[in-house]
Ligand binder design. Structure first.
Ligand SMILES: Cc1cc2nc3c(=O)[nH]c(=O)nc-3n(C[C@H](O)[C@H](O)[C@H](O)COP(=O)(O)OP(=O)(O)OC[C@H]3O[C@@H](n4cnc5c(N)ncnc54)[C@H](O)[C@@H]3O)c2cc1C
Length: 484
């Protein structure tokens, strides 16, 4: 019986009887099996993990179930597909997401390198937004071309019982594997909802009502990076009335668990925000500050912002407009937005499931499973939120899996760094009330002495983080020859 499928050029068939005969834990077998790393899931975390391990000389088997088996959200067969927003968040170094990206950049992140590359990045003010197709194609091409990586297009249905493994199957982990994970962790699946924002064709936006501008003119292009649809107070009231009355999607049975009312707080559907108070949207995703309307010379009562979604500039997404309304109802409500009356919708908003494990009771901040040091988890499934945060936990898991295979101790990054803080949070939060967390300054240890001014405090957090990361950089930087 073949125990494992060895990497190409490593033609050894391992017989399970021999494995037991010499003792499964013997150094010989451990060394033999440690020849390569299995990564399950070719999303943001799995792709980054594969790159990091491969760059350190590890032979990687990256399992991705698409295109043979699809998730309810992915639409392509590319690795690292961005399923909703095309923005990876702020790049400003004194903002938490910007600090995280700077740390990733210094640690040699493939995801950040690709997102920042020419022909992939699209203008988005102080944010790092990408043409989602070019981004995913670029990551896929780099992984396919890497001599240490073999990509296997197969669903993994069971957690491998041994051998270095990273599970990075994301919020839409296939049912079979989710069951296997639940059996391993001894806990039930945890589900709750998230929602996708709609995408519109740029040509169908009525620019005699909409206008281009960046908030407070802080964009990269002179004309303004965003398209803005302004609403008067009467138009806003009419929109909120229609939104609250519109028909929502009824959750499917498998999703209707005890967390059915929970969403990522930073990704709330607009109808949920509106139900919290009539003005909630005007102070949330529809806030008009810094967006004077050139058609009237006045600040509108509320604004819907649209962000460029592809390099060609032919697609725009409605910023912060995730929604779970039924598609017909959605079109009717969105057509009340001035400028979008005749809009051509490329994609409507959607509900989706989120699966994550109870990391505080299961994982070390190295991303290792507590009960098995050669098993790692990374990405959304550990409860890290946000594209960059998911990729970043993959980055650490990839580095630590490579270190494990090289006989080196796994690294715990200082909690004063943004990545260290994120890993610390998801592995040390209160298990009973654990919810996913994104990069934010609130999870960093306080500054000593405290800094009262907010801007100065954020700058101090960033300076401390990068100073504390510095000693790790030399140790964690792969040697060029290892990648070959
Ligand atoms: C609909 C939707 C909208 C979202 N919107 C946003 C957003 O706007 N911004 C944001 O920051 N985050 C958003 N998220 C969260 C988002 O999923 C993560 O930020 C990010 O994609 C997670 O990265 P990941 O690598 O953990 O998982 P993914 O990127 O989902 O990658 C997991 C991969 O594993 C594969 N897979 C699953 N099961 C198996 C298996 N058994 N065997 C082999 N392969 C398997 C999947 O096909 C997938 O390619 C959204 C999630 C969903 C589902």
């Amino acid at each position: 019986m073949v125990f494992r499928d060895p990497p190409d050029g490593f033609a050894i068939l391992i017989d399970i009887t021999q494995y037991h005969a010499v003792g499964g834990n013997s150094r010989f077998w451990r060394t033999l099996m440690a020849e390569y790393l299995t990564i399950i899931g070719g999303g943001l975390a799995g792709s980054e993990a594969a790159w990091q391990a491969a760059q350190r000389g590890v032979a990687v088997r990256l399992f991705e179930m698409r295109p043979g088996r699809h998730t309810p959200a992915h639409v392509s067969d590319q690795l690292a597909e961005l399923v909703c927003s095309n923005s990876l968040g702020s790049v400003l170094i004194d903002r938490a997401p910007g600090l995280l990206k700077e740390e990733m950049r210094r640690l040699g992140s493939l995801i950040i390198e690709m997102a920042e590359s020419e022909g992939v990045r699209v203008p988005a003010g102080g944010a790092l937004a990408v043409d989602r197709e070019r981004f995913a194609e670029g990551v896929t091409a780099r992984l396919v071309a890497h001599p240490n990586i073999k990509i296997v297009r197969e669903e993994v249905r069971d957690v491998p019982s041994d051998g270095a493994t990273i599970i990075a199957t994301g919020p839409l982990t296939s049912d079979a594997l989710a069951q296997s994970i639940a059996a391993l962790t001894g806990e039930d699946h945890l589900y709750f909802y998230d929602a996708l924002a709609p995408i519109v064709e740029a040509d169908s936006i009525d620019m005699s009502k909409a206008y281009r501008a960046s908030r407070y003119d802080r964009g990269e292009s002179e004309e303004g990076d965003y398209i803005n649809c302004p609403l008067t107070e009467a138009e806003y009231e009419r929109f909120v009335d229609a939104l609250l009355a519109a028909e929502r999607v009824v959750p499917r049975e498998f999703e209707a668990l005890d967390k059915a009312d929970s969403y990522f707080e930073g990704c709330l559907p607009i109808e949920v925000i509106a139900s919290r108070g009539r003005e909630a949207l005007a102070y949330g995703p529809m806030r008009p500050v810094g967006l004077r309307n050139p058609h009237t010379g006045k600040r509108p009562y509320a604004v819907v912002q649209l962000r460029q979604d592809n390099v060609a500039g032919s697609l725009y997404n409605l910023v912060g407009f995730q929604t779970s309304l039924k598609w017909g109802a959605q079109q009717a409500v969105l057509s009340l937005i001035p400028g979008l009356e005749e809009a051509e919708w490329l994609r409507m908003g959607q509900m989706h499931r989120n699966t994550f494990i109870n990391s505080p009771s299961l994982l070390h901040p190295t991303m290792q499973f507590r009960a098995r040091d050669d098993l790692f988890f990374a990405g959304q499934i550990v409860g890290a939120e946000g594209y960059a945060g998911n990729a970043a936990t993959g980055l650490l898991a990839g580095i630590n899996a490579a270190r494990l295979l090289a006989g080196q101790p796994a690294i715990t990054l200082p909690p004063t760094t943004m990545l260290g803080a994120l890993c610390h949070y998801v592995t040390h939060a209160e298990p009973k009330s654990f919810q996913p967390m994104k990069a934010n300054f609130g999870i960093l240890p306080p500054l000593e002495p405290p800094v009262r001014n907010k801007r100065e405090r954020y700058t101090a957090y960033s300076e401390r983080a990068l100073a504390d990361l510095a000693p790790f950089l030399a140790m964690l930087t792969p040697q060029p020859e290892a990648a070959l």
